[in-house]
Design a binder for this molecule. Structure first.
Ligand SMILES: CC(C)(COP(=O)(O)OP(=O)(O)OC[C@H]1O[C@@H](n2cnc3c(N)ncnc32)[C@H](O)[C@@H]1OP(=O)(O)O)[C@@H](O)C(=O)NCCC(=O)NCCS
Length: 283
């Protein structure tokens, strides 16, 4: 088997079954629908050996300034022969001059470092079926609820201030395929949390708020809406959220290394910041 016989082509719907097989082999929980959602937001690349998908990578642009690279997988039998680098080169070419972000597995870090990425922080993954939540008077007194469609623009703006990139197309998809909860103060949206089907169950994220207390209130509201459901939260604020999540039955099960390349876009303006990711793929 010669690596030269492996072609890189644009990923389309017809490659998703092969891509799904690769992610399952890598132990990732994505469903076909999760791949399809990512592809709808991304430039996808697949490595084909004959008709077999033996590698994948996606570049998800967020406006002209930022992008994420995700779903970088090479079939175990073809690893260590330069295919990961070829897929990354294709994704980086599609990235152009944008700042590029990704969440790396330990296996991916050496490849990304060689391509100019540097680690910025750690992400922790929590998941499980939460125990029934105790009443919390402080949270009950807060103005929490499902977002009104008229609040969507406020959610997008809050997200932009927290992340420093425009994720409107992603947030539109999340609003259509899932639900968005908001925290209001004096009638204004000051935090939000999205909920959608993903992998083995459902993901809560992004969660954007000013403070850990606000993030916990949003998480409490969303968790209470899904009794008995298997929920997942990926948090960059693990120092402040991990003990809280674990105490509610969402055990720490792993994580990833957040990395950046070509960091050029304006810094987030805040004070809102991310307490949970949309996913490790999308940041
Ligand atoms: C990470 C992964 C995509 C790498 O694919 P690959 O085809 O084996 O990588 P390549 O052969 O192109 O290697 C690219 C470079 O990274 C280096 N590299 C790759 N894996 C490495 C490792 N585990 N340790 C040290 N260096 C490594 C190679 O030496 C190579 O360097 P070079 O170009 O200077 O020779 C592959 O191991 C994989 O699919 N892992 C499982 C899924 C995963 O974790 N993906 C990363 C998601 S963030």
């Amino acid at each position: 088997m010669d690596q030269d016989t492996i072609d890189l082509v644009a990923c389309d719907e017809s490659h998703l079954d092969g891509a799904l097989r690769l992610s399952r082999e890598a132990g990732w929980p994505h469903r076909r629908e999760d791949w399809a959602m990512l592809l709808s937001l991304s430039h996808g690349f697949v490595a084909l050996q004959g008709d077999d998908v033996v590698g994948t990578a996606m570049l998800t642009p967020f406006g002209d300034t930022c992008a994420t690279i995700n779903m970088v997988i090479v079939a175990a039998s073809t690893r260590g022969r330069g295919l990961g680098r070829r897929l990354m080169d294709a994704a980086l070419e599609a990235c152009g001059g944008r700042e590029c972000r990704l969440i790396a597995t330990a296996e991916g870090v050496p490849l990304y470092e060689k391509l100019g990425f540097h680690a910025t922080h750690e992400i922790r993954q929590h998941q499980g079926i939460p125990a029934p939540l105790p009443d919390d008077a402080a949270i009950s007194a807060m103005d929490l609820g499902w977002a009104d469609p008229a609040e969507f623009s406020a959610v997008v703006e809050l997200d932009r201030l927290a992340l420093g990139m425009d994720r409107r197309p992603l947030l539109k998809l999340l609003a259509e395929s899932g639900r968005i909860a908001v925290l209001r103060e004096a009638g204004q949206v000051v935090g939000y949390a999205a909920l959608r089907q993903f992998g083995r169950g459902e993901v809560i994220g992004p969660v954007i708020a000013d403070t850990p207390e606000q993030a916990q209130a949003l998480l409490t509201f969303v968790i209470a809406s899904r009794p008995g459901a298997f929920l997942r939260v990926d948090t960059p604020e693990w120092e402040r959220l991990s003990p809280w999540l674990a105490a509610r039955g969402l055990a720490a099960v792993g994580g990833g290394i957040a990395m950046r390349r070509n960091q050029a876009s304006p810094k987030p303006i805040g004070p809102a910041k991310p307490f949970a990711l949309a996913s490790q793929a999308l940041g």
